[in-house]
Design a protein around this ligand. Sequence first.
Ligand code: T1G
Length: 693
Amino acid sequence: MAVDYSIRDGVAVITLNNPPVNGLGLSTRTGIVEGVARAAQDPAITAIVITGAGKAFSGGADITEFNTPAALQEPSLDTVIKTVEQSTKPVVVAIHSVAMGGGLELALSAHYRIAAPGAQIALPEVKLGILPGAGGTQRLPRAIGLEAALNMIVSGAPVLSDKLATSGLFDAMAKSDLLDEAIAFARKAADKPGPHPLVRDRKIEHPNAEGFLQFSRNTVAAMSKNYPAPVKCVDAIAMGVKQGFDVGLAFERACFVELVQTPESHALRHAFFGERAASKIPDVPSGTAVREIAEVAVIGAGTMGGGIAMNFLNAGIPVTLLEMKQDALDRGLATIRKNYEVQLKKGKLTAEKLEARMALIRPTLSYDDLAKADLIIEAVFEELGVKEQVFKRLDEVAKAGAILASNTSTLDLNKIAAFTKRPQDVVGMHFFSPANVMKLLEVVRGKDTAKDVLATVMQLAKKIRKTAVVSGVCDGFIGNRMIEQYIRQALYMLEEGALPAQIDRAIEKFGFAMGPFRMSDLAGNDIGWAIRKRRYQEQPDLKYSQIADRLCESGRFGQKTGAGWYDYKPGERAALPSALVDDMILAYSNEAGITRRKIRDEEIVERLVYALVNEGAKILAEGIASKASDIDMVYLTGYGFPLWRGGPMFYADTVGLYNVARAIRGYAREANGDAWQIAPSLAALADEHGTFN
Ligand code: T1G
């Protein structure tokens, strides 16, 4: 049973014990109900304390049970809550570390609550596309007030127990030993004449509840257009305010049942699980011993190097920052400081924290100063010759067991590892610009990369708050290899009849943060140009639209040159459609003898997204990515794919692979159809009505 039952001083102690976070799975729910019943029948017992073993009071409903029969089997969480509320003996909940979702709802059903400081208190259901489904929308407003409760429920964000000490949620804050104090509190409560207080009986006081709720609903609706859950949270709270607890509870239940079936909730839960699944590498056992990373070194203090260094400084890890010239080093340090000062101005960083982080940097011009680093990440120029010099030098100075990481975004990691005598210590850590902001980290596994190196980097990624996804070695790894086919389709559609603004608008309406042309203008059109020039040498027969080359030949590299696919007013970032570029595109089609045609937005979206799906299927089949959800995590955290659609592979599943394959086969018969070689694995899955995830 995932619950322990013990007795201390006449108090029954029910301890949730369902590692890792006491998810309220069927066995836990059963244990609570049986524990309360056992205490009720024991005349020696005067009160009950419910607490959690390990690292949480409770992380809420057991997400591993989602979409399984156990999730719906009695005793449901509602039954547990009724059992606790109807106990004639006082129930005290003792909260530490985490009380989230159903865990907080369970706590709200008790007569009394005691919390240790520093506990994360949250109703995060909205982040899973649902809403609190066991009375949270009805009890929390009665516990801490309408406004505070609405903010917590709609945001899903955790609040520290200390900040809720006087909110009305807790009857006491533990001063030293939570359990001792909870037992003492329970004994005193037992002396009070019943019935013991219930949160559900409290009134919701607010000077203008109607006005506040209407204002909140309008605001929330405006901010969550693509997500149905936040507005439903407000509606459920409002129903309870207007029509009373029981009507509100029934309405909450109806909303929960409706939301849990929405595609948005499925996508958000997919992303939630995908994030956790990404850190698990099939052939690297979860207990693999990791190397200690106490000191990091970064080679290159440019945009990427500086951004990479900041991730470690933010986690309190000292960074030795190496450049070849003093002025480059000074510029790098100044950029890091400037980035922190921007956060300071926004109130996201204090002055002392800023200085503390800057003090963790050890600037140097000498490789010798890297000798003690446990992890060395190079972010030097993207050219194999330069990488060769760096890794040969690292092989001489780095201590034994140091992890040598390359931030390369396209070069062959196996070749880089072969520059050293320790290929087992070499790994790719591909950050995405801006490296201190973008959550995605592609961890590139070379053929010799040791398993403990991978385990170490995956754990370190969590510490620096990155979503790490393991990629095998291929040109472009996972993200860039797929985006290349996406851009290829975008360029073909330009020469066939579309214009940059139309393509960007269509895919941004689908939900991408930024269309391909705005994105390319931001990143710099010359980056893609350099890769294409390299590729033309390697694969001269590869067919590509030369339109982008023509744009670059005219020096239109994007925002950094004040003109790219779009025009830009000096000092402004607004992308203005360019008549000059449009004319260039029309001229190009004319020269190529192409009769331009009107391309519908639906075709634009299909060709861009299915280009990702088709390449993703190949990446999966080749084992470059170990699971489809990894590919989704790459696109959700690194390429602005809309979260409510779950990622390219998840989205393809929702469209139906049969339909995706049919569309791809259709495009294969059109102009530029040679780009549409359908992935055999996709075709096979489509034929058997299978799915990627
Ligand atoms: N159930 C089961 N396992 C869970 C879990 C949960 N609720 N939450 C996390 N885990 C696992 C996670 O998969 C990982 O497993 C391990 O715990 C450590 O997680 C009716 C319906 C609790 C703050 O949304 O926010 O209640 O990979 O790496 O950084 O209204 O996990 O080790 O095998 O994140 O210390 C609402 C989600 C459910 C909480 C801990 N609850 N979890 O963070 O560790 S819906 C949530 C978190 C609900 C009710 C509704 C965090 C955490 P593994 P971790 P962490």
